[in-house]
Design a protein around this ligand. Structure first.
Ligand code: DAT
Ligand code: MG
Length: 148
């Protein structure tokens, strides 16, 4: 079983799309094992996006992600990283396919609604940035056997 970190970004929070995004990911069969709303500070934003620190858009990205509360969620299940990336769609919403979150609700790369870890290794690092071990609940669901 894999785990991945999802962030409902400030634009999605402001637009009232948190439920829609969680709904789309959850109904694919992935299980929520941790969730919290928080206001990211600059230090957390810089660590979360550290791979992009040399990019031209980095400062804007940090300002954006700290501009409103976000919801951080750990999803768990089979192929979780890939399934979430597929459900989100391409980074640039104008290239994301219809039927994906970004393809259905976005129009600008700077306002693409949702974050999902891009690899198992980064998922593990990102989850540790947002959650302590005690905040993650690994529980069984009866429905699990009908999903994978
Ligand atoms: P993703 O969020 O799909 O993993 P990423 O890790 O490459 O994409 O970039 C992180 C975020 O930075 C992305 O969600 C939106 C922003 N971003 C990426 N490329 C950008 C660009 N060329 N101009 C402005 N913002 C960009
Ligand atoms: Mg990324």
């Amino acid at each position: 079983m894999e785990r991945s970190l999802v962030l409902i970004k400030p634009d999605a929070m402001q637009r009232g799309l948190a439920g829609e995004i969680i709904f789309r990911i959850e109904r694919r069969g992935l299980k929520i094992v941790a969730m919290k709303m928080l206001q990211m500070d600059k230090a957390l934003a810089q660590r979360h996006y550290s791979v992009h620190k040399d990019k031209a858009f980095f400062d804007h990205l940090v300002d954006f992600i700290t501009s409103s509360p976000v919801i951080a969620i750990v999803f768990q299940g089979k192929n979780t990283v890939e399934v979430i990336r597929q459900t989100m769609g391409e980074t640039d919403p104008t290239k994301a396919r219809p039927g994906t979150i970004r393809g259905d609700f976005g129009i600008d790369i700077g306002y693409n609604l949702v974050h999902g870890s891009d690899s198992l290794q980064n998922a593990s690092k990102e989850i540790d940035l947002f959650f302590s071990k005690g905040e993650i609940s690994d529980y069984d669901r009866e429905i699990g056997k009908w999903i994978s």
